[in-house]
Design a binder for this molecule. Structure first.
Ligand SMILES: Cc1cc2nc3c(=O)[nH]c(=O)nc-3n(C[C@H](O)[C@H](O)[C@H](O)COP(=O)(O)OP(=O)(O)OC[C@H]3O[C@@H](n4cnc5c(N)ncnc54)[C@H](O)[C@@H]3O)c2cc1C
Length: 256
């Protein structure tokens, strides 16, 4: 699986994943190449940690183990460079707090590495053909894959995927959580140039099994309503309120 030398269209897993999750966002990012209003600090943070780890492993591969200061320095330079010229949105901590967190994370990372492990490849890039499962046709774009780290330990080759986000473990390990699912109706479901639809306008007890139909039907109505005169919108809101009152009465009857 050598890296391709021809100019072929390449797709990454991130691109495919993005397309499947939200084709419109895919279009904004990869087709229209719209400049985002801001870059999440978590993205820069993750890339900086990757760059620092890659620096460490490349050093190991070249038989010159980088010091902790070197590794932290790579992050710090990346962090300074990438957070300075553009709009960055910080959620969990300021620029300085996140830098401090990265420095601590990299200290744990550095101490945990076994310098005797053989590094076979760092950010190894290769391509695989994409095959239409239904027809067997080999599609034009190839899938480009980057392995964070390929190493050999006592048991053989190991592919390591470095993660800084907690999402995956959160999903697997967190205990079930309780969330409110109240029945609500918005006091005012429209205004100049906007209307609320779906759960944003009216939400029902999930047990009632009517939220999806309500969301879809109000979505269909929305296109003709959004620019409608205020009187028609007021009638529409009155209709929602009447239907909600019927729902509440029915729910009270069933729960009695
Ligand atoms: C546990 C549970 C079980 C349910 N079971 C049923 C059922 O069996 N049958 C049924 O009909 N209904 C059921 N419902 C209700 C149904 O899921 C909802 O009524 C329906 O999904 C509402 O659709 P919606 O498009 O209005 O909102 P949502 O499905 O909530 O979609 C809104 C989307 O907007 C996104 N969003 C929010 N803020 C922003 C922002 N600022 N920028 C960009 N995106 C944003 C959200 O992430 C979300 O993806 C259930 C609900 C729950 C909670």
């Amino acid at each position: 699986m050598a890296e391709t030398t021809e100019k072929r269209a390449l797709l990454s897993f991130t691109q495919l994943d993005q397309y499947l999750r939200c084709p419109l966002k895919y279009r904004f990012i990869y087709v229209d190449r719209v400049d985002p209003e801001f870059v999440p600090a978590s993205l820069i943070f993750g890339r900086g940690i990757h760059a620092a780890a890659a620096h460490y492993f490349r050093g190991i591969a070249a038989w010159a183990r980088p010091t902790l200061g070197d590794v932290q320095g790579v992050f710090e330079s990346y962090w300074d460079l990438e957070t300075s010229p553009r709009a960055v949105r910080f959620w969990k901590g300021s620029k300085a707090e996140l830098l401090d967190q990265a420095v601590k994370m990299l200290a744990v990372f550095h101490a945990a590495q076994d310098p005797a492990t053989e590094v076979v490849g760092v950010e190894e890039r290769f391509t695989v053909p994409l095959i239409d499962q239904a027809t067997g046709e080999i599609l034009d774009p190839e899938l480009v894959v980057v392995l964070d780290l390929l190493e050999r330990d006592r048991e053989g080759l190991v592919v390591a995927d470095l993660k800084t986000a907690r999402k995956y473990t959160d999903r697997v390990e967190r205990a079930p959580v309780a969330r409110a699912a109240d029945s609500t109706i918005l006091e005012r479901c429209f205004g100049p140039g906007w209307i609320a639809i779906g759960d944003a306008a009216v939400s029902y007890d999930p047990l009632a099994s009517r939220g999806l139909v309500g969301a879809l039907s109000s979505g269909l109505e929305a296109s003709s309503l959004v620019a409608a005169p205020e009187g028609r919108l007021a009638d529409w809101q009155a209709g929602l309120e009447a239907s909600f009152a019927t729902y509440r009465a029915e729910r009270a009857r069933l729960q009695a």
